[in-house]
Design a protein. Structure first.
Length: 282
């Protein structure tokens, strides 16, 4: 190969490498922005994110305070909150009708298992936000069709990624109808009939996967980085740790509620950022 063609090849390789580095740097910057937006949402409800777990362990026991349960639950609708409470009871083993004494009882859990529970709860919060909005939009379209004779297309016929424009239009239309329409009572009855739990249980495998799947690679990276920062080894950052942690059910509940809120905020943030900067498809 002649020196001329070798030089051209090297320049092309360098240009490709520079483009890849710039793309990687841009992705990191976008992830940082997304994380700050999520952090600001927690600040709005006056809930500090749990720091690195090692900072919360005193005399071999993990204690997280204050609980902030009410603030973390207040961001969800009643139907979503019902499903979240069931999730909390399932993953930490605390009864739904438990007393304050039960909540402060001690239990043991492996650090690795706790990290998995946290990550799964983030994904559950993301799924609930996606499913509840899908449910809400379907109800909006049904009510709109009933009252103003709109097209009978359902939300399933719209693209999977619903734009903010459509979402805002539907929300604004329903808000106006609820405040000014004489049929307000019938609208409320329609909402009450459409239980979110029954709606989610009616999902087929494809719809379930679509609502549960993270839409962007940035969201995937964000969860991995956040989980690693929270549960990772102080030296290596690795999550592979079989250390057994002594803690209370109250602290476990705090972690799970935070994780669910994180997933919900992640969904909002992903939608907002993607409307400004095209995220990488997962």
């Amino acid at each position: 190969m002649s020196p001329y063609f070798l030089t051209i090849l090297m320049l092309q390789l360098n240009a490709r490498r520079i483009a890849q580095l710039k793309e990687h740097e841009c992705q990191i910057a976008v992830e940082d922005v997304m994380y700050m937006l999520i952090f600001s949402k927690f600040s709005e409800i006056r809930v500090p994110l749990v720091p690195k777990l090692s900072r919360c362990i005193y005399n071999g026991r993990l204690e997280i305070g204050p609980s902030k349960d009410w603030e973390l639950e207040s961001i969800h609708s009643f139907e979503v909150l019902e499903m979240i409470k069931e999730h909390v009871c399932t993953v930490i083993g605390l009864r739904a009708n438990s007393s304050v004494t039960d909540s402060w009882a001690t239990t043991e859990i492996q650090r690795l298992q706790l990290g998995r529970v946290y990550a799964a709860s983030v994904l559950y919060g993301y799924f609930l936000k996606s499913a509840s909005l899908r449910h809400y939009l379907e109800q909006c379209i049904a009510v709109s069709h009933h009252n103003v004779h709109l097209s009978c297309r359902t939300v399933r016929q719209y693209p999977e990624s619903i734009s903010h424009g459509l979402t805002n239009i539907v929300f604004r239309r329903i808000s106006n109808m609820q405040s000014g329409s004489a049929g307000q009572g019938s609208i409320k009855q329609d909402w009450q009939r459409g239980k979110l739990r029954c709606y989610v249980m009616g999902f087929d495998a494809e719809t379930l996967q679509r609502c549960a799947k993270l839409k962007s690679k940035e969201a995937v990276n964000l969860i991995e980085k956040h989980s690693s920062a929270l549960f990772g080894n102080d030296n290596t950052g690795s999550l592979e740790n079989d250390e057994v942690i002594l803690t209370s059910f109250s602290s476990l509940k705090r972690l799970v509620l935070e994780a669910v809120a994180f997933g919900s905020f992640l969904w909002d943030t992903e939608e907002y950022v993607n409307s400004i900067f095209k995220l990488s498809e997962n």
